[in-house]
Design a protein around this ligand. Sequence first.
Ligand code: FES
Length: 116
Amino acid sequence: MAAFERHLFVCTNVRAEGQVRGCCAGKGAEAIRERLKTLAAERGLKGRVRVNSAGCLDQCEHGVTMVVYPEGVWYGFVTPADVEEVVASHLVGGVVVERLRLKEGCLNTKGCEHRG
Ligand code: FES
C-alpha cells in the first residue's frame, strides 16, 4: 500500500468543565472530525489522506485545533462551517487556508494573545 500523502490530526481531547484552557471536544471537535472524514472520502481521498483523532495538541486556547502533515500547517478556531474549505482547498488542492492558520506567535508561546 502506498504511503498516505497527508495526515490530518484533529484534537478531540476532553477535559472536565471549568478548565481554564478549555478543550477541543467541548467546542465540537468530534463532529468536525467526522465531517472531515466524510468529505475527504466523497472527494476521493480515501487511502491518500488520513484523518485521525488526536489527544491534546497543547493549543487548547485555539480549539478546535488540527495539524496537517507533511506540511506541518496548524489550524485553529476551526468550526463546522470551515470543514468544506479545508478539504477542498488544502486536502484536494494543496492550498493552505490562510485565514485559519495559527500565527507563529500563537504556537507554543506563553505570550500568545489567546492565553489567559
Ligand atoms: S484540548 Fe485541543 S489542543 Fe488541547
